[in-house]
Design a protein around this ligand. Structure first.
Ligand code: ZN
Length: 56
């Protein structure tokens, strides 16, 4: 799984006008889940199911 930082860098993710993360392909705001490892969060797209890890 890629990090949110990498997703933003390669263009898979964008930020909307309210600084919320959005999937570039689906243009929907990501959902937030707890990381099963307990360090950070998983941000997932309800449209395509892609997910990115956000640390800390
Ligand atoms: Zn998507």
């Amino acid at each position: 799984m890629d990090s949110v930082r990498k997703g933003l860098r390669v263009g898979d993710l964008q930020k909307d006008t309210y600084e919320r993360l959005r999937c570039s392909a689906c243009e929907v705001t990501l959902e937030t889940e707890d990381d099963p490892d307990g360090v950070g969060q998983i941000r997932s797209c309800p449209g395509c199911g892609s997910a990115w890890r956000r640390l800390g």
